[in-house]
Design a protein around this ligand. Structure first.
Ligand code: WT7
Length: 663
């Protein structure tokens, strides 16, 4: 810790924007923010019409700003535009054409060795996207077709996404850390026609066998016994890691061979404002991941405006968002938001601590990064690794810091502020979700006074409220559920193919309002303090994991009778996954089974979902009606004393029997 403050003392500190920052910022004062915010709430149609006109290039103007038939919203009805046109063509013929659109840094092989590097100007990126879009067309991809993208953090991931948007195909990016089963589940749900993948990706010196995972997905069946071959016609494979892969003739094609067969003339399709843009799967409190659907105009406007105002983007910035494109942060703040603003977006392939824990600081010094956007879990890891790593590098280019993904503890905020930002850089703690498409609650640098640990106040047009179980606003400083009262342009339009679940999950908890799943409190200044998920979704190192998913992965192992998964506070990851497992009769718990189960979950979902701890029990504590008592398990998992009413517990004894495998 740089300063000796307790959490509470830090929380009560207010950081006013520095005058020199405000003077150059897009929004120059708190008063200006409030004025614009009030306008956006009082006359939303007027506000959004003006912004959409100024920020986006339209092929055809819209007829109506918002058509709201709760819970279904249509924005900029009747308008036509294209996302790739707004991110690329728009800049051709301007000074931005020859500016770096993407600076890519590969994972280095060993300490002291430089990573590979690649820079694409807007003109070059446009060229690559047009070529690849023509490859998609050549293989029969049409407007509305779904394409799965399962790639490492390489330039081609952005190229593939933009190529889809250019011809109106709907992409669904699957994080490279997910398993063959996860790939299969997403193909079954989206009915994708094509998979774009790579031979492998580098991660901490090892090769992640992406193509092999795709091969392993082909024999898997959906609930009706259909294999992937039912919909997948082609698999395009990028040569990246150079590892051996097997090819199925006719189905599998090399990226580099395909782009050599097409020309680079590919006009952007005219897409309706509400044309599906992408599906991104994310965990919910029940069942398999949900396919969050985003559409064209509203999403792009949200990504563009939030990038511009929250990161205060300027022409000369080198902006680095460290998220993987497999998550929504990578969609909105590595690719679409920055490119729509003509910014330079840095992309890094590897891990923050490989080959050494100064990887990020080295990259910042090398490229003169001005804006860094990362996650609290990474910040806490850096704190643990020690100040000597950032201190080895010149970080003076930085002017703005951002965080996202989970609540940031005040200590981590202060460390980020002092050790990385040298007390010069404003911090934007940005709250949002896969569903919201873009940042929702955030300070605007140069305008909003910040306090460590709060995402502060809503972005333009966003109406959040903290409510009780009846949906009534709670007084300041009391806890409640965070809801959003009004529709906003980049909101999800639904869950792919599941209208019923969309209504249930988001719009029935507090009728008429969007339910975020988060707990929250507003302080005396109206600042929003996010407490974390209040549903059965965990946030492990900034990754959203549904407990139900991990439970069903566990019970799919033949040794497991029953499983319950809960979160436990973790100093580094925010939350850790603890699984309580009962084994089938006759099977004795031991360390080997514990390892087997952890690997089983990695195989079913992906390494991100591996339980940190597996505790074996003879039975799980249940209420008389048979519901697992998660509250009790949470207390057991975190080692806190068991509190509250346990009289409805079916068998109190089971609690005492829950222990580690080896006892
Ligand atoms: C959940 C959404 C969208 C960014 C990446 C995560 C938590 C996100 C914050 C923040 C406190 C945060 C919430 C939210 N969260 N940002 N600044 N402060 N909590 O997207 O996987 O859809 O997860 O992440 O719990 O509901 P996601």
């Amino acid at each position: 810790m740089a300063d000796n403050f307790t959490s509470l003392q830090i929380e009560n500190r207010v950081f006013k924007p520095a005058k020199d920052f405000s003077a150059r910022a897009h929004i120059k004062s708190f008063a200006q923010y409030k004025k614009l915010y009030n306008e956006s709430i009082k006359s939303p149609d007027k506000f959004w019409a003006r912004e959409a006109k100024n920020e986006l290039v339209w092929f055809k103007p819209w007829k109506k700003v918002l058509d709201w038939k709760p819970p279904f919203a249509k924005w900029f009805v009747g308008g036509q535009l294209n996302v790739s046109h707004n991110c690329l063509d728009k800049w051709l013929g301007t000074a931005t054409a020859n500016k770096a659109a993407i600076i890519w840094e590969g994972e280095p092989a060993a300490p002291g060795k430089p990573g590979e590097e690649r820079t694409l100007t807007y003109k070059q990126l446009h060229h690559e996207v047009c070529l690849f879009a023509n490859v998609l067309k050549k293989h029969g991809i049409k407007k509305g077709d779904r394409i799965l993208i399962y790639l490492p953090m390489v330039v081609e991931a952005a190229v593939a996404m933009l190529a889809c948007t250019r011809i109106g195909a709907v992409h669904s990016v699957v994080f490279g850390g997910f398993s063959a089963q996860s790939v299969a589940d997403r193909v079954f749900d989206s009915q994708a026609k094509m998979i774009i993948t790579a031979d492998g990706g580098f991660r901490r010196g090892a090769v992640v066998p992406l193509k092999k995972n795709v091969d392993d997905a082909f024999p898997l069946n959906d609930a009706h016994g259909n294999p992937l071959t039912k919909t997948i016609e082609k698999v395009i494979v990028l040569r990246r890691a150079g590892n051996e892969v097997t090819f199925q003739p006719g189905r599998d094609l090399w990226w580099h061979e395909e782009v050599a067969t097409v020309d680079a003339k590919c006009p952007a399709e005219k897409m309706d404002s509400e044309a599906p843009l992408f599906i991104l799967y994310t965990s919910g409190s029940t069942g398999k991941p949900k396919g969050i659907l985003h559409t064209t105009a509203g999403y792009l406007l949200g990504a563009k405006m939030t990038s511009k105002y929250v990161f205060d983007l300027r022409d000369e910035d080198v902006y680095w968002c460290t998220a993987d494109i497999g998550w929504v942060t990578g969609h909105s703040y590595v690719v679409y938001g920055p490119l729509a603003n003509g910014a330079t977006s840095l992309m890094y392939e590897g891990a923050p601590n490989f080959p050494e824990p100064d990887r990020f600081w080295r990259i910042i010094a090398k490229y003169g990064v001005t804006i860094l956007y990362t996650a609290p879990t990474a910040i806490r890891a850096f704190m643990k690794w020690g100040d000597q790593w950032p201190k080895k590098h010149d970080l003076s280019s930085l002017r703005l810091l951002g965080t996202v993904g989970e609540p940031i503890n005040p200590e981590a905020w202060m460390w980020y502020h002092t050790v990385i930002g040298k007390k010069r850089c404003p911090i934007v703690d940005t709250w949002w979700q896969t569903e919201t498409g873009g940042i929702m609650i955030t300070p605007l640098p140069g305008a909003t006074p910040t306090k460590p640990g709060t995402a502060t106040l809503p972005f333009f047009g966003i109406v959040p409220e903290v409510v009780d179980d009846q949906g009534q606003a709670v007084p300041r400083n009391s806890g409640g559920k965070l809801v959003i009262r009004k529709p906003w342009p980049s909101m999800l339009r639904g869950l792919w193919g599941d209208e019923k679940r969309y209504k249930e999950v988001y719009w029935s908890e507090v009728p008429g309002s969007y339910f975020t799943g988060d707990g929250c409190r507003q302080d005396k200044d109206g600042y929003f303090w996010i407490v974390g998920r209040i549903d059965d979704v965990l946030n492990v190192a900034g990754h959203r994991i549904g407990t139900a998913e991990v439970e069903s992965a566990l019970v799919s192992n033949s040794k497991v009778a029953e499983a319950a998964v809960v979160g436990r506070p973790d100093a580094l990851k925010g939350q850790a996954l603890v699984a309580f497992v009962t084994l089938k009769t006759g099977i004795t718990p031991n360390q080997a089974i514990r390892d087997e189960l952890r690997n089983h979950v990695a195989k079913e979902i992906g390494p991100v979902a591996k339980p940190d701890d597996i505790r074996f029990a003879e039975a799980l504590p249940k209420t008389r009606s048979g519901k697992i008592m998660r509250r009790l398990l949470k207390q057991v998992a975190s080692g806190t004393e068991i509190k509250g009413d346990t009289t409805t517990l079916e068998d109190l004894n089971v609690l005492t029997k829950i222990g580690s495998a080896d006892d």
